[in-house]
Design a protein around this ligand. Structure first.
Ligand SMILES: [Zn+2]
Length: 132
């Protein structure tokens, strides 16, 4: 396994709101896909070092978005259960192109963590969608 240990250079895209949540919509990084994964103001930043595979390599990720409910995702797919040193998890991937894992779900408490550098950030679109 080839491990890369990136510094904090990944933080440059991250915009936080005053409540600590993500300030931008999070999309799939694959340009032809661009699927919306979760919207702005959904998840707080969560610092934890964790190894996350991607293809043939394993990255050490130190910052995640924490989504405490799977219904906070717009689009995501879950892979089958995996036993890790930190317990049972499911990996998360793009539901359209299966790029990933972009993060993982802790199966003990159902909380999901999305690696901040495995998603792309876009300004939220203001649409006329009123549910009120
Ligand atoms: Zn995708």
């Amino acid at each position: 396994m080839n491990e890369t240990n990136e510094s904090n250079s990944m933080d440059h895209d991250v915009v936080l709101l005053s409540n600590g949540n993500n300030g931008l919509d999070c999309h799939c990084k694959i340009p032809d896909c661009n699927s919306l994964i979760f919207r702005a103001d959904t998840a707080p930043l969560y610092k934890e070092e964790r190894k996350l595979p991607l293809g043939d390599r394993v990255d050490t990720i130190s910052s995640f978005w924490r989504l405490d409910d799977v219904f906070k995702f717009e689009n995501v797919t879950f892979t089958k259960e995996t036993q890790t040193e930190q317990g049972k998890i499911k990996y998360l991937a793009c539901c359209d192109c299966e790029y990933g894992p972009i993060g993982y779900q802790n199966l003990e408490n159902q909380i999901c963590y999305v690696a901040i550098d495995r998603v792309k950030y876009c300004q939220p679109k203001i649409d006329g969608n009123s549910n009120s």
